[in-house]
Design a protein around this ligand. Structure first.
Ligand code: URA
Length: 215
């Protein structure tokens, strides 16, 4: 099946999803949106009020800031894919629970597989934890690391940055430096046949995720 069709199927499943209790009291599931051919995929935490009303990710104040950050590196939202770790809004925007993240995990795994992005950018600690369960965002933000044949860059969440001036500048700087550098590195690795063919964990003899020395 083509990536567009796979994403459409996943979106339909998300709309009807009752795998955990999060769907109760929400207006919409928020599967994610963007290009099925995206080279860069952004993964946030979960929908907030505006996202729940519209059924679209990052359309509130954090989304406006994300749009600005994308524009600062010459990217438009339509050319990337934007989604979240959980696809229904947690009540009162509380943190998603481990069982809610687990219930949604397969949707995200299938979205990543369908799109096969060269670079994944995690926004906030819940999406970071999917790739680096024990990492601290303060230590790894803005660094590209190889995970299962892809580059993953962890960023502070745009909403957190909106509330703290010093974090905002860090996010702006991380975006401008780390994403173009990760894309250039992805090009280089693709040309060398070292990217885009993620290996399965169990037949894998590569070392655990490591920081690239370049940036
Ligand atoms: N915050 C998120 O993590 N995701 C959204 O979609 C909106 C705000």
């Amino acid at each position: 099946m083509a990536a567009e069709e796979l994403l459409k199927c996943i979106a339909e499943e998300v709309e009807a999803c009752k795998k955990c209790a999060l769907y109760r009291g929400t207006s919409h599931g928020v599967p994610g949106e963007g290009s099925a051919q995206a080279e860069v995929m952004f993964i946030g935490e979960g929908p907030g009020y505006h996202e729940d009303r519209q059924g679209r990710p990052f359309v509130g104040p954090a989304g406006a800031f994300l749009n600005e950050l994308l524009a600062s590196i010459g990217l438009d939202r339509s050319t990337v894919f934007i989604t979240n770790v959980v696809k229904h809004r947690p009540p009162d925007n509380r943190d998603p629970l481990p069982e809610e993240i687990a219930a949604c995990s397969d949707y995200l795994a299938r979205q990543i597989e369908a799109i096969n992005p060269k670079v994944i950018v995690t926004l906030g600690r819940f999406s970071m934890a999917r790739f680096f369960p024990t990492a601290r965002i303060g230590q790894i933000h803005g660094q590209a690391k190889m995970v299962d044949g892809r580059l993953v860059v962890c960023m502070y969440h745009p909403a957190a940055a909106l509330h703290k001036a010093e974090l905002k500048q860090t996010v702006v700087d991380d975006f401008k430096r780390a994403i173009p550098a990760a894309l250039a590195e992805a090009e280089r690795l693709t040309a060398a046949g070292k990217l885009g063919t993620p290996k399965k964990q169990d037949d894998d003899d590569t070392p655990p995720p490591q920081q690239l020395s370049l940036f």
